[in-house]
Design a protein around this ligand. Sequence first.
Ligand code: ATP
Ligand code: MG
Length: 335
Amino acid sequence: MKKTILTGIRPTGRLHLGHYYGATKNWVTLQEDYDSYFEIADVQALTDNFNNPDKVRANVREIAIDLLAIGINPNKSTIFIQSMIPEIAELTIFYSNLVTMSRLYRNPTIKTEISQKKALFGNNGEGVTYGFVGYPVSQAADITAFKGNLVPVGEDQLPLLEQCREIVRKFNSIYGDTLVEPEAFLSKSKRVKGLDGNEKMGKSLGNAIYLRDSQEDISKKVMSAVTDPNKIKKDDPANPDVCMVYYYHNLVESDNLNTICEECKKGARGCVQCKKELINSINKILDPIKEKAKYYEDNPEVVDKILLDGTKRAREVAKRTMKNVKKAIKIDYDE
Ligand code: ATP
Ligand code: MG
């Protein structure tokens, strides 16, 4: 029997290079060998966008278009919408008894995200909501509803996955062996940095190159990327390790990577030339993705049908898990 993959993406914006190299490029490969479920996590997106439902709604289809454009094949994989699977919300309630508040507050990802969202949650996180602090619990419900064995994610997700594993162990130890304990699966580029040098390129951080950015936007963004501040003149030697342009050359596996590095160190290449070459490398990767996306942009009804069909298939699986869970907790009254 094939093993199962469950992973998700929040409809808070389109896909960027961080998602692509950090996670979703892997999904395309993995779908060949695994029973694959890709969740568009609108319920989770609402935890910190509850005041902006239009944004979440609009990005559900945009994310689906991006996933299809990079090569997720709806005949092999299931793409579905989280809010249309009420069993996930139901599981969340039962799992929430198995997690302490202090454990959730200690979660490093939650801590970082609260500190990044001062406008919403206050300078010291004093305004953080129950729903936001609890989203790792609902993420555990996402994964276990599909009995996911493997969860291909970026590095920022590891503490959330650990939380899920703890819930599974606690559930199974109290109610008997019911849930599957998942494992994380990281890409080679497990945390892609932002254009501004920030540790993470993020949709909500404004430092991303999106897969469907126009060539013009890509040019502008790359031209503004941070290079070695000690390189003043074109022929000054520089340190590629502190240069975001070299960092992205490496990420997108530009041709002649070694030459770029050596020339940079020797002061034999100017930053403008180097940026132009990077723009070309990025365009070579993104042009075919944009081309494929165009078909889905022009035919949104095809995208919506893929989502609804996928969600229907996914719900059947989640219903089966829900049955097992209710039996284990002894609340299977209608059996
Ligand atoms: P948001 O800011 O709304 O949380 P996000 O950019 O973090 O958006 P998610 O939808 O939360 O995107 O993440 C989807 C997947 O992409 C996750 O597996 C996450 O780990 C991965 N991912 C996101 N950003 C990066 C990054 N910069 N490097 C590596 N992986 C990433
Ligand atoms: Mg995120």
